[in-house]
Design a protein around this ligand. Structure first.
Ligand code: HEM
Length: 176
């Protein structure tokens, strides 16, 4: 049996990682640039966010079809249960967060850009929805920092403390 994720799953995993970094940075550092650059930061944010949504849904479908490669040596059942729960939380969060962002932008009722194109928007703005979505978006985005931190810490624990193949099965394949 293969002891690694497929090339597609590994590529999507690290691509999503890079996109998440850019998406967060675009928001965290937008205040440092002159105001005229604001629309550019916003467009980078929403374009990467939408791409993350597409990639996460793709990943989830692939993951439901193909089981994860086994961890060797096999961890305790409690560790396996916790990692399944953690992975489910990562999938749900990085699908819900961009969907909420899209609902927020749509209901603002103003033209907005992603990938250099004007995206669909409501004919009438609904700021009640926008305000609620914004609250959830900020809350989930902050939760995302913790979840990514715990996810990375768990991967390092598997590698250095329990000394199993958890991290290696998600590393790019060596040539030859
Ligand atoms: C996984 C993808 C995403 C992540 C990690 C993310 C994360 C964030 C973060 C950290 C902020 C700053 C929150 C704060 O002010 O403390 C933010 C704000 C925002 N996000 Fe996202 N976001 C994602 C996807 C999207 C998408 C797809 C859209 C829209 C299509 C979107 C629209 C917005 C908007 C409009 C704001 C600014 C809210 C405001 O200050 O008025 N986001 N996001």
């Amino acid at each position: 049996m293969n002891n690694k994720y497929s090339g597609l799953q590994i590529t999507i995993h690290w691509l999503v990682f890079l996109l998440v970094v850019v998406t967060y940075c675009a928001m965290e550092f937008r205040g440092l640039a002159p105001r005229s650059y604001r629309p550019w930061f916003n467009m980078v944010h929403v374009s990467c966010g939408i791409t993350i949504l597409v990639l996460m849904v793709t990943r989830l479908l692939v993951r439901l079809k193909y089981p994860a490669p086994p961890i060797v040596p096999k961890p305790k059942p409690m560790i396996i249960g916790m990692s399944h729960l953690g992975h489910l939380a990562v999938y749900l969060l990085f699908i819900a967060l961009p969907v909420i962002g899209l609902v927020m932008m749509y209901n603002r009722g103003n033209p907005w850009m992603a990938f250099g194109m004007v995206m669909p928007y409501a004919t009438e703005s609904d700021f009640d929805i926008v305000d609620v979505m914004k609250e959830y978006h900020v809350l989930l985005a902050n939760l995302g920092y913790w979840l990514i931190g715990v996810h990375a810490l768990a991967a390092l624990m598997h590698h250095y403390f329990w000394k199993d193949n958890t991290l290696l099965r998600m590393m790019p394949k060596k040539r030859g």
